[in-house]
Ligand binder design. Structure first.
Ligand SMILES: *Cc1c(COP(=O)(O)O)cnc(C)c1O
Length: 360
């Protein structure tokens, strides 16, 4: 697996400074030094998200799904009437979570890869809904939802907006204050490009108040205790210490190199480079409006599984397969992690070979 060129959407390739951190023995963490680092992580996360004043950020030792569950469990309760935008496997995850917690929930189903329409939202106006859950980038298709449309609908109807930005943090613009989002969820193994293990949740005061007032339903994923410990830069339980140190390194590097906008620009440029060149190959682009994080492709001339397998076995290149019903219809090429244009050229040479041999 060494030397693989990784175009998946996570875990992705890390820069050398981050890799160097993985080599050290894990330091003890109940120290003022670790607390100071955590508070800096919080500050930078909130800055990069343009979170409103008095927002907080907590770091859970969990994959992104753990943070999705934590938000559903801690911010919402049985008195809520929830809307889930469901346009693929990550939307479906929010649906399942609401079902497990027994909430009153309705879905807005979006066709795979399609943008949400105003009419779809308008049907839910003035009907007593209190919260809306959306995956800003539905990573299974790479569609980037129209967040200003969704946010306007939530503002007009006094609906709490919870955003899964696990694959859109850094890659696409997120103005948490402007959107008036109550919570924004991110994860360590996507564009943060460090090891898996940490999910961060930025919480606006509107979410913090709900968490304080709601009855605690769980222990490990409790945001009430996470918020309390984070006041002093700590976590209730042993965190993925190395991943948190790597996050600190990444956030600091981004801050020192022109900030979030510059890093987003770098990712957008790679996405743009790829999407321009891929026009020369027999693939259809799946998503109507695309996140910079990933491009989902539908191969016209052969199955998606075969392409993913050939890239892996013959070229040491990882493309991202799709699951479920689209497994042989769609595969994805990511634009996150430590990637360069040269890396894409390597991928295109592989596609050239496959074209020459009549595989695609
Ligand atoms: C990756 C991802 C998740 C979380 O996946 P985990 O495997 O639990 O880290 C959730 N939502 C979106 C949109 C994602 O891209």
């Amino acid at each position: 697996m060494a030397g693989m060129l990784n175009f998946t959407v996570g875990p992705v390739m890390s820069c050398q400074e981050v890799l160097d951190i993985a080599k050290i023995s894990v330091p003890y963490f109940r120290t003022p030094e670790f607390s100071g680092m955590m508070l800096q992580n919080e500050r930078l996360m909130l800055k990069f998200l343009n979170a409103p004043d008095n927002s907080r950020c907590v770091f859970l030792t969990a994959s992104g799904t753990g943070a999705m569950e934590s938000c559903v469990a801690n911010i919402l309760d049985n008195n809520d009437k929830v809307i889930v935008i469901n346009g693929g496997s990550f939307g479906h995850r929010f649906v399942k979570l609401c079902e497990i917690y027994g909430y009153n929930m309705d879905e807005i189903k979006c066709e795979f890869g399609r943008q949400i329409k105003k009419e779809q939202l308008d049907k839910f106006a003035g009907r007593g809904y209190t919260a809306l859950l959306v995956n800003m980038n539905e990573t299974s298709s790479g569609v980037l939802y129209n967040m200003s449309l969704i946010s306007r609908f939530c503002k007009e109807n006094n609906i709490l907006l919870i955003v899964d930005a696990i694959s859109s943090f850094i890659t696409d613009e997120i103005d948490m204050a402007g959107l008036e989002a109550a919570a924004v969820i991110t994860g360590s193994q996507k564009a943060l490009a460090v090891q898996p293990g940490i999910a961060a949740i930025a919480l606006a005061p509107s979410a913090v108040i709900r968490i304080e007032n709601n009855k605690e339903k769980c222990m490990y994923l409790s945001l009430k205790s996470a918020l309390k410990d984070m006041e002093r830069g700590q976590t209730p339980f042993t965190p993925a210490v190395t991943t948190l140190i790597q996050i600190n390194k990444r956030l600091t590097i981004i801050e020192e190199n022109g900030g979030i906008k510059a890093e987003r620009g770098r990712i957008a440029e790679l996405a743009c480079y790829f999407r321009e060149k891929i026009k020369n190959y027999p693939f259809e682009l799946v998503a109507e409006d695309k996140s910079n994080a990933v491009t989902a492709l539908h191969p016209v001339t052969c199955g998606a599984k075969k392409i993913v397998r050939i890239l892996k076995d013959e070229y040491n290149i990882w493309a991202c397969p799709n699951g479920g019903g689209f497994a042989d219809e769609v595969f994805r090429i990511g634009h996150i992690g430590h990637l360069t244009k040269e890396n894409y050229n390597t991928l295109f040479s592989a596609f050239d070979d496959m074209k020459r041999w009549g595989v695609i």
